[in-house]
Design a protein around this ligand. Structure first.
Ligand SMILES: [Zn+2]
Length: 236
């Protein structure tokens, strides 16, 4: 029996699939038309200039935000752009596999952890941390929370950062608290990367530079963490 759309939701989803298929066709026509096209040359290998660990959020596509072309950026996208610490019982495997590929196999000299505002992943971690620190005020959604939730298990990587932010800025408005937590968790991920001796040594030899960035999806500004003070400031 052929699959048919039976309601408006299915129809909207079918529109998305049709858009994607049309996009693939347009991309092929545009990028593979000439024998010396970029994509044809990239089929022989890649040499990206940077690795970016970014959030899975649909609004923060690194290629679009930073205007790069295929082959420029090795992108790892996971919820809340988190890097677990080494002793995370294998939770770090997917992210670190990509980092190892980029650093060891491709010799990429820059690694950027890029967070963003209004991050649902960090908000999940923050809600959990707030729920834990304020027993009388359950976090939104806590009633539905399940110990089997992969989202909560994953975002728990940001718990230390959230606890620090609550201790330092607990009286701040929620938007501000979220921003602090998003930026602190970027720094925590950089610290977790440096907890790998091989990676820290590569940085010490000057073969790798780590960067902490945060993109504000509200106004489009990019904030960069100062390498010395770790304070974030807008740069463009
Ligand atoms: Zn996010």
């Amino acid at each position: 029996m052929p699959h048919t759309s039976s309601n408006s939701t299915n129809s909207a989803n079918d529109d998305v699939i049709a858009t994607l298929l049309q996009g693939a066709q347009t991309f092929r026509q545009r990028e593979y038309g000439a024998s010396n096209s970029l994509m044809r040359s990239l089929s022989g290998g890649q040499q990206p200039g940077a690795i970016m660990i970014a959030c899975a959020d649909s609004r923060v596509d690194p290629a679009l935000v930073f205007g790069v072309r295929p082959g420029d950026l090795l992108v790892v996208r996971v919820v809340a752009n988190l890097v677990p610490p080494p002793d995370s019982a294998g939770a770090d495997a997917a992210v670190m596999a990509a980092v190892e590929l980029g650093l060891n196999a491709l010799g990429i000299p820059h690694l950027i952890v890029c967070g963003h505002s209004r991050c649902a992943g960090v908000r999940t971690a923050l809600d959990q941390a707030l729920g834990g620190s304020q027993p009388g005020e359950p976090a939104p959604g806590a009633a539905e929370a399940s110990h089997e939730s992969c989202l909560e298990r994953w975002t728990a990587v940001a718990d230390i950062a959230c606890q620090e932010i609550i201790a330092a800025h607990g009286a701040s408005p929620l938007d501000e608290l979220c921003r602090h937590a998003e930026q602190r968790s970027v720094l925590q991920s950089l610290e977790n990367l440096r907890a790998r001796p091989w990676l820290r040594e590569r940085e010490a030899r000057g073969e790798l530079t780590l960067h902490g960035w945060w993109f504000d999806i509200v106004d489009g500004t990019l904030w960069v963490a100062d390498p010395e003070s770790a304070a974030f400031a807008p740069v463009c």
